[in-house]
Design a protein around this ligand. Structure first.
Ligand code: NCD
Ligand code: ZN
Length: 383
C-alpha cells in the first residue's frame, strides 16, 4: 500500500482485497474529559475515521445542566459542547452530550432542553459506581418519577451504566451473579414496565444476561459494546495484572464474551452498536489503586475488526462486512435518529502498532500498547 493512501487519495485505488472501505463511523459512548488535553483526545478520534461522538458528561464538574455558563458545581451541555467544538469537535458531523442525571435534574430541564434541541440524551450513573459517578442518583428513585416521564414524553434517550451500586465482595463479582447481572435481572424489567416508551441504551454491556435482555427487549432498547469486552475476559486482566485493561464494568467470563460475540453476529441485528467507552487516564495507577477506563482513541476500529474476526466474522467478505458496517457505522446513527456518514475511511488487514498519545496532561497509553499487543489491522486513510 503506497504511503500516499494516508493523504486521502481516491478510494478506488485502495481496493485490493485486503482493504476495507467504510462510511466513517460513530462512537456512541466516549470520554473526552476537559481542559488542556481535550484537543488531543478529539483529534485521536478524528484520526480513526470517527465522524461523531456521544461525549460522556462525567467531567469535573459534571455536565448537569442544559444551558448557561459553566459553574463551579455543574457545567451545561451548551458550554461543554462549545468547548468540544472549539477543541476540534466542529469537524464532527454529530456531537451529542448527554445530561448527567443528578438530584438537581428536573422535569422542566428535560422538557425545555428537548424543546431547544440541545438535549438528546441523559446519563444514568450508579452512585459511586465508576469514575466521577458520585453525583449519580439510584435507579430506584428515578423509576416512576417526573424526570423519566418527561424523557419518555420528549423522546430523550436514557443512557444507562447498568450496574447495581453499593455491592461488595462476592455480590459485586462472581461467575454467575455480579453488579451487572443483578441490575439487568432486577432493575431493568421494572424500568421497562414503568416506562414502556422510554428509549434506552444499555451502555458497554459485558454479560450474557445483559445481551439477552437487550436482544429480547423492544426495538427502542439498544446497547453499545466496547472493543475490550468483545476481545477479552477477566483472565486476560488477571494474568499479569494488566491494569490497562481495567475498566468498569470489568471484563467478564468466557460465557459472557461469547454472548456478546453472538449478539453482534446476528445478520439482522440493528440494536447493538459501537460505543468504545474510550476513557483516557493520564494517571492510570497510583500507589493505592487503579483508575477504571481503557483508552482506545486511535485504535478502536482496528480492535473492533479484530474482535469480529475472533467471533468468526471476516469484515472483508460479503456478510461479514455488512455485519461490521452495521455495527460500527449504521446501527448507532439509526438508533439515535441521525444519518450515517457520507464520508469514508479505509482500513487494511495489515499489522500496525500504536504509540502513547502525547497530551497536555501527559502521555496516555492506548489499550493495545498497555497490553503489548500488535494490531492486525491498520488505518489507511480517509476520504
Ligand atoms: C469511565 C471513565 O474513566 O470516565 N471509566 C470506565 O472504566 N469505563 C467511566 C465509565 O464509563 O464507567
Ligand atoms: Zn464510559
Amino acid at each position: 500500500m503506497p504511503d500516499s493512501a494516508w493523504t486521502g487519495c481516491g478510494v478506488d485505488l485502495l481496493f485490493d482485497g485486503m482493504t476495507l472501505d467504510l462510511p466513517k463511523w460513530f462512537d456512541l459512548h466516549t470520554h473526552f474529559r476537559q481542559g488542556a488535553a481535550l484537543p488531543a483526545y478529539v483529534q485521536a478520534h478524528r484520526d480513526m475515521g470517527c465522524a461523531g461522538a456521544l461525549a460522556m458528561p462525567n467531567t469535573q464538574p459534571p455536565v448537569a445542566r442544559v444551558t448557561g455558563p459553566n459553574a463551579e458545581t455543574a457545567w451545561s451541555i451548551q458550554s461543554y459542547r462549545d468547548e468540544l467544538l472549539a477543541a476540534g469537535g466542529s469537524a464532527f458531523e454529530q456531537l451529542i452530550v448527554p445530561l448527567y442525571l443528578t438530584r438537581q435534574t428536573t422535569a422542566e430541564m428535560i422538557e425545555q432542553g428537548a424543546a431547544s434541541g440541545l438535549l438528546k440524551a441523559c446519563k444514568y450513573y450508579p452512585p459511586h459506581g465508576t469514575t466521577n459517578a458520585e453525583h449519580g442518583v439510584p435507579m430506584n428513585s428515578l423509576i416512576g418519577g417526573d424526570v423519566l416521564r418527561a424523557m419518555e414524553r420528549c423522546g430523550v434517550v436514557l443512557c444507562i451504566h447498568g450496574e447495581q451500586h453499593g455491592l461488595s465482595g462476592a455480590e459485586y463479582l462472581d461467575a454467575q451473579h455480579n453488579a451487572e447481572t443483578t441490575f439487568y435481572r432486577e432493575r431493568l424489567p421494572w424500568l421497562l414496565d414503568n416506562h414502556p416508551n422510554l428509549r434506552i441504551v444499555a451502555e458497554h454491556i459485558t454479560t450474557r444476561v445483559a445481551a439477552e435482555f437487550v436482544a429480547a427487549a423492544p426495538a427502542h432498547v439498544g446497547a453499545t459494546i466496547t472493543p475490550q469486552h468483545l476481545l477479552f475476559t477477566l483472565g486476560h486482566l488477571i494474568q499479569g495484572l494488566k491494569y490497562h485493561l481495567y475498566c468498569l464494568p470489568v471484563v467478564k467470563f468466557e460465557e459472557d464474551r461469547a454472548a456478546l460475540r453472538l449478539a453482534v453476529s446476528n445478520p439482522d441485528q440493528r440494536k447493538f452498536f459501537a460505543g468504545t467507552d474510550s476513557a483516557p487516564h493520564a494517571t492510570k495507577v497510583t500507589p493505592c489503586g487503579c483508575a477504571a477506563g481503557c483508552f482506545t482513541g486511535g485504535c478502536a476500529p482496528q480492535l473492533y475488526a479484530m474482535a469480529f474476526e475472533e467471533s468468526g466474522i471476516s469484515p472483508l467478505d460479503g456478510l461479514g462486512r455488512d455485519l461490521f458496517e452495521h455495527f460500527l457505522c449504521r446501527n448507532g446513527p439509526a438508533f439515535y435518529g441521525f444519518p450515517a456518514s457520507m464520508e469514508r475511511f479505509q482500513m487494511e488487514r495489515r499489522t500496525s502498532q500504536i504509540q502513547a498519545l502525547a497530551t497536555a496532561a501527559g502521555p496516555v497509553t492506548p489499550l493495545p500498547t498497555g497490553l503489548g499487543m500488535e494490531l492486525t489491522w491498520s488505518l489507511v486513510g480517509q476520504s
